[in-house]
Design a protein around this ligand. Structure first.
Ligand code: HEM
Length: 431
């Protein structure tokens, strides 16, 4: 199967799709409109093309009427890593957890994961999913859709895989001040769906949920958002709902120890090698209190300037924080309880994680305050050496914590990606 299908006969002279926007790797996609309009889906079954593992942008001739710009963004589903970890946050996200229904076991789980993987691959190419697709995303391109799957601790015994459960999936400890709603926490299966279009993201969630019927039932669902690519004059780190530049000091793929911090190595069970663990925290922000704080005090709570995210120790947005720096009067430039000091790897024995959170807003609470905050997501090689020690320290000594409520929590093993002829979780279920 080639990637040169040209359903509308427009050929290579058609307008170029896949123009990179904001530096995000994008590939030209085939439009749903062309496909739903009559071209056989089989024509494009190999459109993502290439060997498994190559996530680089690919270009293919655009069909006439194919979406350009944001709509054309295409992130391959297949590869050594699941998509949705290293890619920039999309404008929209859905997070959902599913529990196996009574009677569903290993065989049903395998069928579901095979189906979910096949469907996700199709949707990320901008193709319709299957008979369950109700045209919600018709006319749109893939819009940088990614679908990421994870396994919660409770999955393993239910699927007869208790002996393959990694130790690092032990439940997270209770942290002081946690106010967790267990009904919106945990879950056997975790799904993260990101896309730059709300209809495309919703469609993917809906299709996957319908396909799960009879095997897994939805446990909870959360919707979030991030800045829409192209909204700013140049690509830049986004802001959270407190107005802070958030995500500056994340591990970077070019760091020599990046993979060791984020992805599982040989110490994990073989089925998880090259995968990761993700911690989810739904953290409500007490915005009424926060917004009453003058900006200079807000900056001292974080340890960075609000305008450009520069550290209070000096320099610009990309300057490294100097935790030893002092003001003229001898006080610490980055206060002792500043979030960036308390969370820094230097304060936590090197503990690090790749944060990839989204904002959420679920309306107003009965007292009129916004039910809004951060869907904190952090990928790491081992939560015991990443999230847990950092959150322990934050819960005790972070100036930011008095403006936050941790209301839901989850920890999931994120298996490596699937090759084109495989599915996510195959090594666990068939290994
Ligand atoms: C709503 C809750 C939170 C908000 C609003 C928030 C906000 C921020 C901001 C504005 C920064 C500075 C910019 C940056 O480097 O990204 C930051 C840094 C950081 N945050 Fe948070 N954060 C929150 C929760 C958490 C949690 C739960 C953790 C982990 C347990 C965490 C870990 C970190 C780390 C590791 C850094 C980088 C510190 C450094 O080395 O400079 N944050 N956060």
């Amino acid at each position: 199967m080639t990637s040169t299908a040209d359903p509308d006969g427009s050929g290579p002279g058609a307008p170029a799709a896949g123009t990179p926007v904001d530096g995000r790797p994008r590939a030209a996609g085939f439009s749903r409109r062309a496909l739903l309009g009559g071209a056989g889906a089989g024509l494009v079954a190999g459109a993502a093309g290439g060997a498994a593992g190559d996530r680089a942008a690919r270009t293919a001739p655009a069909a006439a009427g194919a979406p350009v710009g944001l709509g054309a963004g295409r992130i391959p589903f297949h590869g050594p890593r699941q998509a949705g970890i290293l890619e920039p946050q999309q404008a929209r996200v859905h997070l959902a957890a599913f529990d196996l229904v009574p009677g569903a076991g290993r065989e049903e789980l395998r069928t579901l994961l095979r189906r979910w993987s096949r469907t996700s691959a199709r949707l990320t190419r901008g193709e319709p999913a299957d008979e369950y697709e109700s045209r919600t995303a018709a006319d749109a391109g893939p819009c940088s859709l990614t679908v990421t799957f994870g396994f919660g601790a409770t999955l393993f015994a239910k699927a007869g895989l208790a002996d393959r459960r990694p130790r690092a999936l032990d439940p997270l400890p209770d942290f002081p001040e946690d106010a967790l709603d267990r009904a919106r926490s945990d879950g056997d299966l975790w799904v993260q769906i990101g896309a730059d279009d709300a209809l495309v993201a919703f469609n993917a969630l809906r299709v996957l949920q319908r396909q799960a019927a009879g095997t897994a039932a939805a446990r909870w669902q959360m919707a979030g958002f991030s800045r829409t690519p192209g909204a700013t004059a140049r690509p830049m780190t986004g802001r959270n709902l407190m107005g802070q530049v958030d995500g500056t000091n994340n591990p970077r793929p070019q760091d020599p120890d990046f993979a060791a911090k984020v992805f599982c190595g040989a110490e994990e069970p073989g089925w998880l090698a090259g995968g990761s663990y993700v911690v989810l925290r739904r953290i409500r922000m007490l915005l009424d209190n926060w917004e009453n704080l003058p900006e200079d005090r807000q900056e001292r709570v974080i340890g960075r300037r609000k305008s450009d995210g520069a550290p209070l120790s000096g320099g610009g947005g990309s300057t490294a924080v100097d935790l030893a720096a002092q003001n003229a009067d001898g006080t610490l430039a980055v206060p002792a309880d500043a979030h960036v000091r308390v969370a820094a790897p230097a304060s936590n024995g090197g503990a690090a994680m790749l944060r990839r959170g989204f904002s959420y807003h679920d309306g107003m609470l009965p007292d009129g305050s916004p039910d809004a905050g951060l869907l904190f997501l952090a990928f790491q090689a081992d939560p015991g050496r990443g999230f847990v020690p950092v959150q322990r320290r934050l819960a005790r000594g972070d100036g930011l914590s008095r403006f936050l409520r941790h209301e839901a929590s989850g920890l999931y093993a994120v298996p490596p990606g699937a090759p084109e002829d495989g599915y996510v979780g195959q090594a666990l279920l068939e290994g």
